[in-house]
Design a protein around this ligand. Structure first.
Ligand code: MLT
Ligand code: MN
Ligand code: ZN
Length: 308
């Protein structure tokens, strides 16, 4: 069995975002809906040792809110044994800087994302003598080891998905801004004893049949829920980028996530990495009704479930 805790369900900026007064951010400030931190999950095979998937800028708040991830034994110890990265987006790597303080960890990423970290000396705060940086092997199920080399019982298979290089690394003159396949991966996560898997795809720009074919009906899915509509940022008046320009699929529309996953039966379908402009955050919105009618749920901070 795999235990899953949603540490953060929002996309970059969180909900509310510091400089945003869109309808959803204002609802969060009024207290009509609950604030949400930037996306990250933690998984565990034994309930004792935990693996963090993406390190959110909000990690300090997330750890403070999650008893399972706080020191249980010893004066300087953490149940957190490893961190896996799905890309180098600022909302997925900056939390690494808060994991300094001489804690043994294993930091897993593709060689491409490891290269981004290695090129930024600030990440040396995670000293290599304590924080190993193993590469994820694509298309192969591998055990996740902790900083001491012990098997956490968590298993992961990484695979490339259509996406985009991190916004802060975009090359304006290059095709698709210089993105390469290993910039964005999806993860199929399980425990050594579970029969089904959790697929974690918090950033995804398209959905080829080959990705859908990886999932079996007993599997669970946490999928990119950045925007509801392709032009949401524009119609909300907060930006000029479409979902596609940001490397994301909208939820709605003929080529949106609801339509593309419709013919794939799964144990659970959850959206995560949900932008603060997305009207699904509002319980009475037509958008929320639409995802519910299609069999989807929203992840939220503090949500827990088990993958058997
Ligand atoms: C994204 O998900 O598109 C990025 O996190 C955006 C950003 O870097 O702010
Ligand atoms: Mn993001
Ligand atoms: Zn907003």
């Amino acid at each position: 069995m795999l235990r899953v805790i949603v540490l953060g369900a929002a996309a970059g900026g969180g909900l509310p975002q510091w400089n945003c007064a869109c309808a959803v951010c204002q609802a969060a400030r009024r207290g009509d809906i609950r604030p949400q931190t930037q996306s990250s999950i933690a998984v565990s095979a034994d309930g004792a040792r935990w693996v963090l998937i993406n390190a959110s800028p909000d990690i300090r708040q997330q750890l403070a809110a999650t008893a399972a991830l706080q020191p249980q034994h010893g004066v300087r110890a953490s149940p957190l044994g490893a961190v896996l990265l799905t890309n180098a987006d600022v909302d997925h790597i900056t939390g690494l800087l808060s994991l300094r303080e001489s804690q043994p960890l294993a930091l897993y990423a593709t060689p491409r994302v490891h290269g981004v970290l290695a090129a930024n000396a600030v990440f040396n705060v995670l000293g290599r003598e304590r924080v190993a940086r193993p590469a994820l092997t694509l298309n192969q199920c591998q055990p996740v080891l902790d900083g001491a080399g012990q098997d956490t019982g968590v298993r992961v298979e990484a695979f490339t998905i259509p996406g985009k290089i991190a916004l802060w690394l975009e090359d304006p003159d290059a095709a698709n801004f210089g993105s390469v396949a290993e910039d964005t991966i999806g993860l199929a996560i399980s425990s050594s004893t579970s029969a089904s898997r959790l697929f974690y795809l918090p950033g995804c720009a398209a959905l080829p049949d080959a990705i859908k074919a990886r999932l079996a009906p007993q599997d669970s899915l946490l999928f990119d829920g950045t925007t509801f509509t392709e032009d949401e940022m524009i119609t909300c008046g907060v930006g000029s980028k479409t979902a596609a320009r940001m490397g994301h699929l909208p939820m709605s529309g003929d080529s949106g996530a609801l339509a593309l996953w419709q013919d794939v039966p799964l144990r659970r379908k959850l959206f995560i990495h949900i932008n603060n402009t997305n009207p699904v955050w509002l319980p009475d919105s037509p958008a929320r009704a639409a995802i519910g009618a299609a069999g989807w749920q929203l992840a939220h901070d503090g949500m827990e479930f088990c993958v058997e």
